[in-house]
Design a protein around this ligand. Structure first.
Ligand SMILES: NC(=O)c1ccc[n+]([C@@H]2O[C@H](COP(=O)([O-])OP(=O)(O)OC[C@H]3O[C@@H](n4cnc5c(N)ncnc54)[C@H](O)[C@@H]3O)[C@@H](O)[C@H]2O)c1
Length: 400
């Protein structure tokens, strides 16, 4: 098998869990040759910590200095598009974190402008479609691979759900999926200008990606072509703006959402008549709730990513487990908890990187590729149009 040489673009949170995923493949399959970011010093510090030979202050510099097969874009969503297009033009394969791109305001608009309240969602959707297509054209012209790092597609519980669905052979008639927790702590997540939306883009992108991939996969298996989404209806809201909530003295949920929703729910209809109900919330206590349940004509299968009970613990007080990690975003370590024994594996991070590296080496397409990345992004913004205009949005003319 050909060895794949990868350059990381970004050295933040997501880069931390991508690095061990490359390492587990072994040096004969994959080599992390360089890392770059906005600050050369911080890239150098990250490289030293993770044993990466070279560090640069930007992607162009990295591409001109080292021989690479692929770049891994672990940078914020608002710069995915420019990096993906530049990487494709340089003939590099692309691995890109979710979600592909979005609407972040007009160039040069003031940083603090609350565009979520002023820019029509139909205008956002139009620009997002154009941007997705520009990226797609660059990838196609260069003939490079695109791995969309949607870890839900690779999570072991979801992979098992697909195998059970294949064995059952029934029609997937309805899917319910959700990603929720008690709210993002980051300032960037509170404003449309930096996040490109609220709970829907930051959270629903995961269950939506898994649902769309499930129907793609079902169609490819049974009909030789993906089953495409046909329409979406959506509602969004700010549950932490409820007056009674605001009056409460102590808030266990994150607050200060500026011009983005902290809850959203969408109903998707597919061209075969099947439906999906997808919810995302920054208003749910009890740790991360990540699940997907598929209702088949002859079976019912639920993938519980978080929480699941492979390990269950009880402590009468929060301090008892000291510094031992329990799981993401729980409010307390006291009482009954569901500790994650192998969180990265359970989330599908090593599996997604393994698929992308193999696809590049073996010249085949990943389970989560560009079509999924484009579909997720466009459906999310079509959902915002539906919520704003109070109508069903037909997806077929937009998605093609
Ligand atoms: N799949 C998941 O579960 C998951 C989890 C976390 C993050 N993500 C995704 O990973 C990506 C990165 O998120 P993160 O949490 O690592 O962010 P982060 O803020 O921790 O790190 C971002 C990195 O990008 C660099 N950067 C910031 N602005 C830049 C710019 N304008 N140009 C070039 N580089 C820039 C920063 O220097 C930093 O190295 C996002 O797309 C996010 O959605 C996915």
């Amino acid at each position: 098998m050909t060895k794949v040489r990868v350059g990381l673009v970004g050295y933040g949170n997501a880069a931390q869990f991508h690095v061990p995923a490359y390492r587990q493949l072994g040096p004969e399959r994959c080599e992390l040759v360089a890392v770059c970011g906005r600050s050369k010093e911080r890239a150098e510090a990250f490289a030293a910590r993770h044993g990466i030979p070279q560090a640069f202050g930007g992607m162009q510099e990295m591409l001109s200095e080292v021989e690479l097969d692929a770049v891994d874009l672990v940078v914020p969503n608002h710069v995915h598009a420019e990096h993906a297009i530049a990487a494709a033009k340089a003939g590099k394969h692309i691995i890109c974190e979710k979600h592909l791109t979005g609407y972040f305001g007009e160039p040069g608009a003031p940083e603090d402008e609350l565009i979520g309240n002023t820019v029509p969602k139909a205008k956002m959707l139009q620009q997002v479609v154009e941007q997705c297509d520009t990226i797609g054209e660059a990838i196609e012209a260069a003939g490079v691979k695109f791995g969309y790092a949607e870890n839900w597609v690779y999570a072991p519980s979801f992979a098992k759900l697909r195998r059970l669905a294949a064995a059952a052979g029934g029609t997937i008639i309805r899917v319910q999926a959700e990603e929720s927790h008690s709210g993002s702590p980051s300032k960037y997540a509170k404003q449309w200008r930096t996040a490109g939306g609220g709970s829907l883009v930051l959270k629903a992108s995961h269950p939506l990606g898994a649902v769309l991939q499930l129907k793609q996969w079902e169609g490819e298996r049974k009909l030789g072509k993906p089953i495409r989404p046909a329409s979406v209806i959506c509602e969004v809201g700010n549950l932490t703006w409820i007056e009674a909530f605001k009056q409460e003295e102590k808030h266990y949920l994150k607050t200060d959402w500026q011009d983005v929703e902290d809850w959203g729910s969408m109903l998707l209809r597919f061209v075969d008549g099947s439906v999906a109900e997808i919810t995302a919330a920054d208003t749910t206590l009890g740790g991360v709730q990540n699940y997907l349940e598929a209702y088949l004509s002859n079976a019912r299968i639920r993938a519980n990513m978080n929480p699941n009970d492979s390990c269950v613990a009880y402590a009468p007080a929060a301090h008892i487990f000291a510094d031992e990690y329990i799981t993401e975003k729980i409010e307390t370590k006291g009482g009954w908890t569901f500790p994650s024994p192998e969180e990265h594996w359970n989330q599908g991070y090593p599996q997604e990187i393994a698929d992308f590296v193999s696809c590049i080496a073996e010249d085949r397409e990943p389970a989560s590729g560009f079509m999924l990345a484009r579909d997720v992004t466009i459906v999310l913004y079509a959902a915002y149009v539906s919520a704003e205009e109070g109508r069903r949005v037909d997806l077929s003319p937009i998605l093609g």
